[in-house]
Design a binder for this molecule. Structure first.
Ligand SMILES: Nc1ncnc2c1ncn2[C@@H]1O[C@H](COP(=O)(O)OP(=O)(O)OP(=O)(O)O)[C@@H](O)[C@H]1O
Length: 273
């Protein structure tokens, strides 16, 4: 990845104060969720993502993070509560937000350009038009020259950037990301994360990222929602708290070395219990 692409990992946090008093880009209002209609996994959680803001949701394994993303994307219906997109009720209706999964899920038998065009093709966009939309983005996403390559020819970080481009091309202005960097090795993970934050800021992305990595959450987000609970032991999860992260504290330096980073990290860890 070129040095130009890796700037300070802080800009995506610009939404910390964004939208105060405005209608959030995405809002979960008192969602209660269950897989079987009886056992409650998540109990009355509420959260917001402002326009242009990157927000993280952290919680231990099995506490219900993916369950929440399914409900926010409309793949499942909540037992109660609402999902609002720019104030409009989209509860239980898919197709309004982009969703990027943990694994890149690039189809091995399709070239990168065809992989990133796939969501557009599935919605009926003609192939030539889809390619014309995708091609100019390759440079911007640090993937110039990979258009005709096969997924197996790309590094893990490049594959993840291609997966992100495919998600971006879905065209929704709110993106949900489920552990997007967890399949990458530690060094690549930090690089791709920084790259993502820069891209999010450049594209004005409104994003909710779920992770169980506290450092990752504090590095990326302007706000971190902490989910606590043990649904498998009959204790539904709830939002234990919300931590605001002051990324401006670092100036041009490395935010992860500042007292503000450590203070936010400590708060998140305390809420996790
Ligand atoms: N399709 C499903 N059917 C029934 N129960 C499910 C289903 N998916 C998840 N669960 C249960 O719901 C609870 C929350 O799971 P979920 O995958 O949302 O947690 P998570 O926080 O995303 O976990 P991880 O970090 O390990 O991915 C768990 O107890 C899990 O066993």
């Amino acid at each position: 990845m070129g040095a130009g692409v890796i700037a300070a990992e802080r800009g995506a946090a610009s939404g910390a104060d964004a939208g105060a008093g405005d209608v959030p880009a995405l809002e979960a209002r008192s969602l209660t969720l269950s897989w079987d209609g009886q056992t409650t996994v998540v109990d009355r959680i509420s959260l917001t993502v402002a326009s242009g803001e990157v927000v993280c949701l952290v919680g231990r394994s099995g506490c219900g993070k993916t369950t929440i993303l399914h409900a926010l994307s409309g793949l499942t219906r909540p037992l109660s509560g609402q999902v609002l997109l720019h104030g409009e009720d989209i509860t239980g209706t898919p197709g309004h937000v982009s969703y990027m999964l943990q694994k890149d899920l690039l189809l091995p038998s399709r070239r990168i350009i065809d992989n990133v065009c796939l969501p557009m093709l599935l919605t009926g966009v003609p192939r030539a038009e889809a390619r014309a939309k995708a091609e100019p983005l390759f440079e911007r996403f640090g993937l110039a020259g990979t258009e005709e390559k096969w997924p197996a020819e790309l590094s893990g970080g490049m594959r993840q950037r291609a997966a992100f481009m495919r998600t971006y091309l879905m065209g929704a202005d709110v993106t949900l990301l489920d552990e997007p960097f967890s399949a990458l090795d530690a060094i690549t993970r930090v690089e791709v994360r920084r790259w993502f934050c820069d891209m999010a800021r450049e594209l004005g992305l409104s994003a909710l990222v779920i992770t169980h990595d506290v450092d990752e959450a504090v590095s990326m987000a302007s706000r971190v929602y902490v989910l606590a609970g043990r649904p498998s032991e009959g204790e539904p999860s709830h939002v234990a708290g919300e931590v605001r992260v002051d990324h401006d504290a670092a100036g041009e330096g490395d935010f992860a070395l500042t007292p503000e980073f450590l203070s936010a990290k400590r708060e998140v860890l305390e809420l996790l219990g």
